[in-house]
Design a protein around this ligand. Structure first.
Ligand code: PAF
Length: 306
């Protein structure tokens, strides 16, 4: 167990990271909205392995919620979250109030970061403004933190692509570290939304990772038509009446555009999203052309969460 400093002010957090760097310590940031689960724990643990001082930010960012009811319903579990951070050896929790991050709130900040094509389509289509909200708060966190490593889960793959692009375009001295998705034993990706599933829906939700596995095998076995890969994912999901597919696609891993043909020249990613009961679930997996064993192992052998 470590001594954990809980900071609420931007200036104190900025100075804490500056002081650590001045002492020659490496610093890592794990941005979160709290309600920490095993997926977040894997990010904090990885940051702890790679950095001398780890800060976990806990801020339920109102800018990335379209629906005020979703924002109100978002779980706030600070006491539990602090215990998790303490247990995993984080040195700092940065937990600012809304007016600390956005002094004019409920007026949004005048400056908003808007990322281009990576933020449109897929999740961006059904959640207008969501990725602008994410990019804005992450840019602000990066500006406060300064030179550091920052840890994000691959589970939110589009968010990761947006953060990568924003970091490169704005020149933040931050190394974005992508961490593998943590999965339940049946392959379901961990998400704070999973607790809203009934037992039947929870069982049915595992079809998403089965659809990804089937698609990875198809590409590894020679399928080169993006449309056929999407159709295959749709067919697998259709076997579960409780699950309605939103999209299933193979995309360029950096731009998130659908390639005309799968040729293995650039890294690709499989994306999937579906409604299970009233719950929107997303998942993704790497896919490697002509490397059957690795494509499948990447998903089946993902870290298993509780
Ligand atoms: O993934 C999340 O928890 C949030 O989108 C993030 C990156 C902390 C920004 O609010």
């Amino acid at each position: 167990m470590s001594d954990l400093e809980v900071l609420h002010s931007v200036e104190t957090f900025r100075r804490t990271f500056e002081a650590a760097r001045a002492e020659g310590r490496t610093v890592g940031l794990v941005p979160t909205m709290g309600a920490l689960h095993a997926g977040h724990e894997s990010l904090i643990a990885r940051a702890g392995d790679e950095c001398d001082l780890v800060a976990v930010s806990i801020f339920v960012n109102p800018l990335q919620f379209g629906d005020p009811t979703d924002l109100d319903r978002y779980p706030r579990t600070l006491h539990h979250d602090l215990e998790v951070c303490r247990r995993l050896g984080a040195g700092v929790v940065f937990a600012p109030g809304v007016s600390e991050m956005y002094p004019d709130w409920p007026e949004p900040p005048s400056t908003v970061v808007s990322v281009g094509p990576e933020a449109r389509g897929w999740e961006g289509s059904s959640r207008p403004g969501h990725f602008d909200g994410v990019a804005t708060v992450v840019a602000k966190l990066f500006a406060i933190a300064g030179r550091c490593r920052a840890y994000f889960g691959e589970k939110d793959f589009q968010q990761l692509a947006v953060v990568h692009r924003m970091t490169a375009d704005l020149g933040f001295p931050v190394e974005v570290v992508a961490c593998p998705t943590v999965r339940e034993h049946d392959g379901l990706a961990l998400s704070s939304r999973n607790v809203r599933l009934t037992p039947d829906e929870r069982r049915a939700a595992a079809v998403l990772s089965r659809a990804l596995s089937s698609a990875a095998v198809a590409v590894a076995s020679g399928e080169r038509r993006p449309g056929a890969v999407g159709d295959l994912m749709a067919a697998v999901v259709a076997t579960e009446p409780l699950v309605t597919l939103d999209y299933g696609a193979v995309v360029d891993a950096a731009t998130l555009r659908t390639p005309e043909r799968i040729d293995g020249h650039r890294p690709l990613r499989l994306l999937i999203a579906a409604e299970v009961g009233g719950v929107h679930l997303i998942d993704n997996a790497p896919v490697e052309v002509g490397r059957r064993a690795e494509g499948v192992r990447a998903l089946a052998g993902a870290v298993t969460g509780g």
